[in-house]
Write a protein that binds this ligand. Sequence first.
Ligand code: GLN
Length: 308
Amino acid sequence: MTADLYRQLKRQLCTSLGESEASAVAFWLLEDEAGLSKTDVLMGRADTLSPEQTDRLCSMARRIGMGEPVQYVLGHTDFCNLRIQVAPGVLIPRPETEGLVRLSLSMLPPCRSASETSCPTMLRPRRSQHSLRILDLCTGSGCIALALKHACPDATVEGWDLSDDTLRIARANAEALGLDVGFRKADVLNPQTSTSDRQEAELCLIVSNPPYVCEGERADMEARVLDHEPSMALFVPDDDALRFYRALARWGVVMPAATTLVAVEINRRFGNDVVAVFREHGYSDVQLHQDSYGNDRYVQATYLHGTN
Ligand code: GLN
């Protein structure tokens, strides 16, 4: 048995990760950095890497062992089958947010594209006769906007965020993926339409994974998240936990579209409260959905302009 590098990486990772997670991350690093499969590693091929590659892998494992998130150390993660670049300053896309993309796609008019069968199920291209505008508010890395553009090539897709760091990464992601998504600086908490927002669409989808963790929930969170990920993307004040949902509901109302669909990710503690926010703003068909763990995690709503 010659898989010494694997064992060395695992030992370094064990400083901050449990045994089985350290093992999974060691395989992940070897695959990502050196293109080695698990079988390659178990057959000892990790020990044939160059000294430079070995040093690089060891230094990555050391950083992760000191508490840095794997995705920041690698510089990317996968989201809805797309490679998304991440760096400190941008929230790392979470698996439950793929559920928000799935929910959003399920709300859109059915696909008519002949090429749909060749694509992974959740990212089948959707073409509609309607003009479709998609806005991802608090876009972060741009992962949601990019996954939706990939699935709906005919839609006009934009991502808005307040952070310049985040917008830089989102634009780099759009460029690397060759997806035409416009990213712009905007304060989501301040809903208003300006002349540049006067883009009429028959159908508008507003999607958002806004900050929703209460300051009071910090104690329940992992150090890895608290010490490295941007607080601005995570936290809301305990006494105003629904601030982003009220703003999102107002955005939907002022959007120049015949119909606005909204899909948002939520704190599982506030499912019914978020539903109430959309009902109070005149939305219909307001539905609460669960994530794969059975937690209340998403709300969808429809605003029919002209009927309210
Ligand atoms: N789900 C994320 C977490 O628990 C929070 C994302 C958010 O606040 N939008 O870390």
